[in-house]
Design a protein around this ligand. Structure first.
Ligand code: 4AD
Ligand code: MG
Length: 505
């Protein structure tokens, strides 16, 4: 059995292959199918003039998503998906598929989500999952090459790491426990044993809101390094993200193409230093009080708005041209379907652009009114990152809005935390910083955050026995997938998303 990804090794040979039928089309004694097997996609053709009547009859019975075994000759054809075509000689149906619920037409998102177990088979979802896989592989490669030890943190925990508002409660043999919000506190303990570690596991946040960035269950990669200050931490984050992006660009060309992802921004940032901004400066830029490359956020957003308006009118023209061509009545059925699909896509694009255009005045308003000392909201991050073509690292935050464990700076006003905001409107993908080492200050912070001291006794021990400066960060895997694939919503980044209002399938 030859997998589709290996067709190129068997040009001109007769092979057997197996998979699922994505698509069927018949024309003048020819049956065309698009076969997928998880490893790739290939067009396969049965020609009535070549195969036996029996085989041709089987090929005619193929339906969307039936599983099949085919034998035939592999022919190079660069016009076809994957660059090879299979000329069918033998065919067999393994499993039939009647009335497959997902068609090539547009479906509503809720319908697709209810059918997530099947939706995963679509080419787009396949591409996203392949990119997700490569990101994970690159993450491990990077940290293993840098001498980090993967050390796993528990999922059941007795303490809150990231505030008490997003905890999932569970009963643990009659005791109250939570699902982990972050492996960091355990990561700190493990770094004191192993030097440089990373955890990579599921984390849970009860986020009772439906946003395009929040899941209730997501995977986080959390490195923790002994003897690192926050500058070293930021250097590592930059090197790490550049490595991962570069690796994924190299290995996922076909997948990015399938997603129609323009990767220019990604190609730029792998060579260019990230923008580092102290919180105070980030706020000035956000509010339009400081320019970036001769422009304020206000001016940038206003010109973005007019670009969007031009784009909308261009797409409207394209639609009316296509509608005219259909109305002419000279097109064949296949061409009409193709055009109609394009029109539907254009209409969708317009809807999104209109939504964006509607957002901009609101973003402008909230940016202007941003109050120094508060945390950035999603739209603030979008506005700020629109000013740069590389990720922005915002550091030195007002300590009041950051977690209890963050190290104060010399002035006592700021916490040595860092948030990495991804470009193209994606916003926060990494949160991290240097950890407080002062035992009494930490005790005060635990009190201030109204956290139960008993649950943190083991954590405080780390400051009593050979405490050293240390830092770390957390990258949300799904945020990274969403950005690299340029998805509109985080729900497509994980095989079975868990988010507010959804537990099935
Ligand atoms: O900024 P956060 O809350 O930081 C921490 O948990 C630290 N303990 C990490 C550390 O220093 N070791 O979360 C880190 C990242 C965010 O930047 C975001 O990418 C992701 O985790 N994240 C989420 N992703 C999806 N859905 C959610 N509800 C998320 N909450 C955080
Ligand atoms: Mg954060």
């Amino acid at each position: 059995m030859v997998e589709i990804k290996d067709f190129h090794k068997h040009t001109g040979e007769r092979v057997s292959t197996q998979g699922w039928v994505m698509n069927t089309r018949s024309s003048k004694g020819l049956e065309f199918i698009i076969l997928r097997d998880g490893s790739g996609f290939a067009q396969c053709v049965a020609d009535a003039a070549v195969v036996s009547a029996e085989v041709f009859e089987i090929a005619k019975q193929f339906t969307q998503e039936c599983s099949v075994r085919l034998t035939g000759k592999i022919v190079a054809d660069e016009k076809q998906i994957g660059g090879y075509e299979l000329h069918i000689e033998q065919a067999e149906i393994i499993g039939t598929s009647e009335n497959y619920p997902i068609s090539n037409k547009e479906h509503g998102v809720e319908f697709l989500m209810d059918n997530r177990h099947l939706w995963l088979r679509s080419k787009r979802q396949w591409a996203i999952m392949k990119i997700r896989n490569r990101i994970i592989f690159a993450i491990h490669t990077f940290f293993q090459n840098e001498g980090f030890v993967q050390a796993d943190a528990p999922i059941f925990t007795g303490n809150a790491a990231e505030g008490t508002t997003t905890l999932f409660n569970v009963e643990y043999y009659g005791e109250d426990a939570y699902l982990s919000q972050s492996g960091q506190l355990y990561g700190e303990a493990m770094a004191m044993a192993l030097g440089k570690i990373y955890t990579f596991g599921p984390t849970f946040r009860a986020e009772k809101s439906k946003t395009r960035r929040h899941l209730s269950e997501f995977w986080m990669i959390e490195p923790e390094m002994a003897f690192y200050n926050n500058e070293m931490n930021m250097d590592l984050i930059e090197k790490f993200l550049q490595f991962v992006v570069s690796d994924v660009l190299t290995h996922c060309k076909f997948e990015f193409e399938a997603l129609e992802r323009n990767t220019t921004v990604l190609e730029t940032l792998i060579h260019k230093p990230f923008k580092r901004l102290p919180y105070t400066q980030a706020v000035r830029i956000l509010k339009g009080e400081e320019q970036v490359n001769g422009k304020t956020t206000i001016e940038t957003l206003e010109s973005d708005l007019s670009l969007i308006e031009t784009e909308i009118s261009e797409k409207r023209t394209e639609i009316s041209e296509k509608e005219k061509a259909i109305a002419d009545g000279t097109l064949k059925k296949g061409q009409i379907n193709f055009m109609q699909n394009k029109i539907d896509m254009l209409k969708n694009d317009i809807k999104e652009l209109e939504a964006q255009a509607e957002n901009i005045p609101q973003w402008l308003k909230s940016a202007k009114e941003f109050e120094y000392g508060s945390d950035f909201g999603g739209s603030d991050e979008t506005v700020l990152t629109r000013m740069f073509d590389v990720p922005v690292m915002v550091f030195n935050w007002p300590h009041e809005i950051k977690a209890f464990y963050m190290k104060r700076d010399e002035t006592g006003q700021f916490a040595k935390g860092v948030d990495v905001l991804a470009p193209e409107g994606y916003g926060e993908i990494v949160g991290g910083g240097e950890r407080e080492t002062d035992l009494n200050y930490l005790i005060g912070k635990i009190d201030e955050h109204k956290l139960p001291m008993e649950a943190f006794e083991w954590y405080l021990d780390l400051r009593k026995y050979g405490s050293v400066p240390h830092s770390g960060f957390g990258l949300g895997l799904e945020r990274m997938v969403s950005w690299l694939c340029k998805l509109k919503h985080i729900r497509e980044t994980i095989p079975f998303p868990r988010m507010y209002g959804r537990l099935n399938p």
